[in-house]
Structure formats: C-alpha cells, structure tokens
Write a protein that binds this ligand. Structure first.
Ligand SMILES: [Zn+2]
Length: 207
C-alpha cells in the first residue's frame, strides 16, 4: 500500500465516508500547499490532545490546562439542585443555547438499543448511578430529558427502574420527565426554544 492508499484508508474509517469519497479527500490533501497540510496535521493532534471529558457530567471539553470540570459544572451560578439527564453533547449545547435551563447536566452518551435488553453498551449508566450516589444530598430533582424516539423512551423507562434504588431510602430524589410539547419521534436536538421551555415547565413526576 503506498502513502496515497494509506491516507485514503484513514479517511475511509471516518463515519459515512465510502471508498470514492475517501480517495477524493486524499486527492484534496495532495493538492494543498505543504504548510496548510502541516497546519491541519498539527490541529488534528492539538484537538486530540486537548479533548477530554468533564469528570462530573461527561461532556466533551477542550482545554490545554489540566482542568477536569467543564464551565457548567464548575460554575457557582448554576442551580446545583437540578440534574438533567440528556443523551449527547449536541442536546446539551442545544438546551444551553435556548437559555431555558440553569441546572446541571449528565451526558448519558447515547441511548440503549431496544433489541438487547440489559446490554448497557457504552451508555454511561453506572457513571450516572455513581454521580447520584456521590451527591445524594445535593439534588432535589433529576430530570429525564431523552428524545421521544422509541430508543429514547425505552432508555427512560430503563433508567426509571434502575434509579429507583437510589431515590428510595432516606434521601428520595424525585425523577421527572419532560412534559407536553415535544413531538413524538423527534430528537431533543431539533426542538425549538418555546417547545423546550414548555416541555420543561410542564415536566411531571414519575412517581
Ligand atoms: Zn461538566
């Protein structure tokens, strides 16, 4: 395999990129000036080196310092009695842009596949349990804000069962789900500000 083929092979490993597109990317790189390619190579490395996950919420953050917490988890201005469980970083960013919520988050990292019940895959269930256990006295409410897709709903009911131990006992943490407004089958990431605000205001207790 020559260098061109090796490069195309690397691009082919990208999500959604086929062989022909990978070769077009490789051709594009070859046509660039050497210093542009050098800048791209060092940017790739810098991005990789500065990327890490917030130790509290699991959100992807970019920082060249050894900072472990993201700006939201570290902020004294957030309502630390609320924990919203969302599926992915894009949902978090979307809710932040809408400005309708001022609590903390937990990024689940995905939803559970419906076909293999019990398989927790790379969804951060045990990390979530640990987060709640570590801060039982701090949270007054946990808000499940997963998408209203079949997998999202499946994951929500799985979490309700799973977290029942944690909220039972002395410190009961009420778990709520987003209320009316969100359309069935839609992903949270694509709902508008008013819909989000309405869904948040009309959230309901599950117990
Ligand atoms: Zn965080």
């Amino acid at each position: 395999m020559n260098e061109f083929e090796k490069l195309a092979e690397q691009f082919r490993a990208f999500p959604g990129v086929g062989r022909r597109q990978a070769e077009r990317f490789a051709h594009f790189i070859i046509r660039q000036k050497a210093d542009s390619v050098e800048a791209l190579a060092s940017l790739l490395l810098m991005t990789k080196k500065s990327a890490h996950f917030c130790t509290l919420c699991g959100r992807l953050v970019f920082s060249t310092t050894e900072e472990n917490l993201c700006s939201i988890c570290a902020s004294p201005h957030r309502d630390s009695s609320l924990l919203m469980i969302i599926e992915k970083d894009a949902d978090l960013n979307h809710i932040e842009r809408s400005g309708v919520y001022n609590g903390l988050y937990f990024v689940l990292g995905g939803v559970l596949p419906m076909r293999s019940e019990g398989a927790e895959s790379n969804v951060r269930i045990s990390e979530l349990e640990q987060r709640l256990k570590d801060a039982t006295d701090d949270f007054k409410e946990v808000i499940l804000a997963l998408s209203l897709t079949p997998e999202g709903e499946f994951t929500s009911s799985f979490l309700l069962k799973k977290l029942s131990d944690i909220r039972s006992g002395k410190n009961v943490i009420p778990i709520t789900v987003l209320g009316r407004g969100l359309s069935v089958g839609s992903e949270l990431e694509y709902s508008d500000r008013e819909t989000l605000r309405h869904a948040l205001e009309s959230r309901r207790r599950t117990t």
